[in-house]
Design a protein around this ligand. Structure first.
Ligand SMILES: [Zn+2]
Ligand SMILES: [Zn+2]
Length: 260
C-alpha cells in the first residue's frame, strides 16, 4: 500500500526527541510521501520544514503563517516566506486561511494575510493549503477573489457541512480529511466524503494533533493515517488500497510532484 500524508507538522518540537523513529514507522506503515507544513508559530517552522524536505526525497514542505498567528506577523516574517516560497522543495503556500472558531488573531487580520498569501502563491506559481474553520462563506469569497482555482487549492482538515464540501469540490478545490472523520460525532464529515469527486479527495494526519480512533488522545504521527484511510475508504465505497493509491495520485497532482 502507498499512503500519502498530505499535511503533517513533523517539524514541530513534539517530534524533536524521536523524529527519525517517527519517519521510520511512517515508512513501515506504507506512508511513502508526506508534505510538512511549515506554518506553526513563527517562521522558524517554515525553515525547519524546508530543512526536512532538503534531507529526505520523499518529504516536501509548505511555508506560511497559520491564521492563529498572523496577529504577530512582522515584515521580517513576510521576508522569510518571500525568500522560501520559490525554493524547489516548497510545493505550496500554507497553511493560510481563516479560523473563526478560536479567533486567536483578529478576523480582519486573518483575511488580509490570507489574501496576501494567495498573492504570493500566484507570484511563485504554487498551490495553496487552506485552514478554514467556521468561516466557510468568507473563505469562499476570498478564494474566489484570489483566483485559487487557477493555483490549485487544498481545503485541509475539512470540518464543514456536506454542502460546504460540495461547494469546494464544485470550485475545483481538493478536500482533505483528517482523523476527525473517525470520531463518533463526525457523521456529517463521513456524509461529506462521497460528495467529493474521487479525484479531489486527500487524506492527512495534521499530526501531532487529532489522532484518529483508535489512537485518539495520543500524539498523532504519520503512521496513524492508515486508520483515517480505512474510514474514508468505507465512506467512498472503495477498498483501502484503491483509496490510498487515488489519494496519493491526487496529492502528487495538486502539489505537482512526479508520479511515484
Ligand atoms: Zn490547520
Ligand atoms: Zn495543520
Amino acid at each position: 500500500m502507498m499512503l500519502f500524508d498530505s499535511h503533517a507538522h513533523v517539524d514541530g518540537p513534539e517530534f524533536d526527541g524521536d523524529r527519525g523513529d517517527v519517519l521510520a514507522r511512517a515508512r513501515a506503515a506504507g506512508v511513502r510521501r508526506m508534505v510538512v507544513i511549515g506554518a506553526v508559530g513563527d517562521p522558524t517552522s517554515a525553515e525547519r520544514a524546508v530543512a526536512l524536505a532538503e534531507q529526505d526525497p520523499d518529504i516536501w514542505a509548505t511555508v506560511a503563517t497559520h491564521p492563529h498567528d498572523v496577529e504577530k506577523m512582522t515584515g521580517d516574517w513576510w521576508a522569510v516566506h518571500e525568500r522560501l516560497a520559490p525554493h524547489p522543495r516548497v510545493v505550496a503556500i500554507g497553511e493560510t486561511g481563516l479560523d473563526y472558531y478560536y479567533d486567536h488573531s483578529p478576523r480582519e487580520q486573518q483575511q488580509v494575510a490570507f489574501a496576501r498569501f494567495l498573492d504570493l502563491a500566484h507570484r511563485v506559481g504554487k498551490p495553496v493549503v487552506c485552514h478554514i474553520r467556521d468561516a466557510h462563506d468568507d473563505a469562499r469569497a476570498i478564494l474566489k477573489e484570489g483566483r485559487a482555482g487557477e493555483l490549485g487549492c487544498v481545503i485541509h482538515c475539512f470540518t464543514g457541512t456536506p454542502d460546504d464540501a460540495r461547494q469546494y469540490a464544485d470550485a475545483g478545490y481538493y478536500v482533505s480529511f483528517s482523523g476527525i472523520v473517525t470520531y463518533k460525532t463526525a457523521q456529517p464529515l463521513r456524509d461529506a466524503v462521497p460528495l467529493v469527486p474521487r479525484d479531489r479527495l486527500l487524506i492527512e494526519t495534521d499530526c501531532p494533533y487529532l489522532a484518529p480512533i483508535p489512537k485518539r488522545g495520543k500524539r498523532n504521527e504519520p503512521a496513524f493515517i492508515v486508520h483515517t484511510a480505512e474510514v474514508v475508504a468505507q465512506c467512498a465505497s472503495m477498498n483501502i488500497e484503491d483509496l490510498a493509491r487515488q489519494t496519493a495520485e491526487n496529492a502528487a497532482r495538486v502539489f505537482r510532484l512526479t508520479p511515484d
